[in-house]
Design a binder for this molecule. Structure first.
Ligand code: ADP
Ligand code: MG
Length: 324
């Protein structure tokens, strides 16, 4: 299958996955054309996934990699409270990845796009001498002035997360461990659940849009590196500090059981594991009734800088930043 045949297949599959917006032009010309809407602002984000850095082909199936490539990008739109409007995919493919692999990758990518009704509007395809590299650009929109930045947190705000933390990081740790020991997983197990969470993150689009509505979140981002690191971005951008209660971090039962069985520290994985793609946001305490049932308050914004850990194990390195 040559490059143009591959693009033809992508074009056909993308039109089946999600409709183009009215008046738009997608794959097939020199540029995509996207009609502008009045009173809306456009959000744009690009993310790259590099073999050996972000994923290992020997661990991850093609469909999951396609899914994740789209999901982590759409999550950036969710993190601003926007609605994803279109996506672009650039791939450098080594010849070792055959037609079957490529089509499975596209299936996963377009499955996620179809679920969120995001049209694939274009991209680029090249060969790669060695490693696979994927670059995705996503467009989103929201009413003018309504996107939620990292810079809006205020002292007194509640610090909230949209769901359990550490599933993905624990899944990754299991993969790393299995590659060392050769241990396989039984299907339907806690281990499978966590590896699946690592492979198939769910971007929190609806939740982000709800939080961007009037009187919603003051500051927001998605959790890609882990709360311990990501929260610092909000604190820095907003010029504030935080008190965080490690004992209040939401964790799945599956994750807690797997950590208990292996003597892994669940709090460390929840704080530093990363790739959960939950939303991390701050909210006025007066807006507490906006919290969805699966949302958790893990701390509050205070004047100053850095994170004050309230509880948890003070000997742990992730608790090392005590700026007070
Ligand atoms: P050009 O020479 O103008 O760069 P290409 O042959 O690279 O054109 O691409 C032709 C069309 O196919 C363009 O609309 C481009 O956006 C689209 N396209 C190419 N590769 C991909 C891809 N991997 N995914 C989606 N669209 C693609
Ligand atoms: Mg091109």
């Amino acid at each position: 299958m040559g490059e143009f045949e591959f693009i033809e297949k992508i074009k056909k599959a993308s039109l089946e996955a999600a409709d183009l917006p009215e008046g738009a032009l997608g794959i097939g010309d020199d540029c995509a054309v996207i009609p502008q809407e009045r009173d809306m602002e456009t959000l744009v984000s690009t993310d790259m996934l590099m073999e050996g850095v972000h994923f290992r082909l020997e661990w991850m199936d093609a469909e999951s990699l396609g899914w994740k490539s789209a999901a982590v990008n759409i999550s950036d739109i969710a993190a601003m409270g926007g609605k994803p409007a279109g996506i672009f995919l650039a791939a450098s493919l080594p010849s070792s990845l055959d037609e079957k692999w490529r089509m499975e990758f596209m299936n996963g990518f377009l499955k996620l796009c179809s679920e969120y009704d995001v049209p694939l509007l274009g991209g680029d395809t090249t060969s790669s001498p060695d490693r696979l590299c994927i670059s995705v650009t996503v467009l989103g929109k929201c009413p003018k002035g309504h996107s939620i930045k990292r810079s809006g947190a205020k002292p007194g705000d509640l610090i909230c997360v949209s769901g359990p933390l550490g599933d993905s990081g624990t899944g990754l740790k299991l993969l790393q461990e299995s590659s060392l020991t050769g241990r396989a997983y039984s299907s339907g197990s806690d281990e499978d659940y966590l590896v699946h969470k690592h492979f198939r993150p769910i971007p929190k689009v609806k939740e982000g849009m709800a939080l961007a509505a009037e009187g919603g979140a003051h500051a927001m981002m998605d959790i890609s590196d882990g709360v311990a690191s990501d929260l610092r971005h909000i604190l820095k951008a907003s010029g504030v500090g935080a008190r965080v209660y490690p004992e209040r971090l939401p964790m799945s039962e599956q994750m807690k059981r797997v950590c208990a069985a292996r003597a892994w520290d669940p709090v460390e994985l929840a704080l530093c594991g990363g790739e959960d793609y939950q939303l991390l946001y701050t909210l006025s305490p007066l807006e507490r009734d906006r919290l969805a049932p699966e949302d958790f308050v893990i701390g509050e914004i205070i004047p100053g800088e850095g994170i004050l850990w309230d509880g948890g194990n003070p000997d742990k390195e992730y608790m090392g930043y005590r700026h007070f």
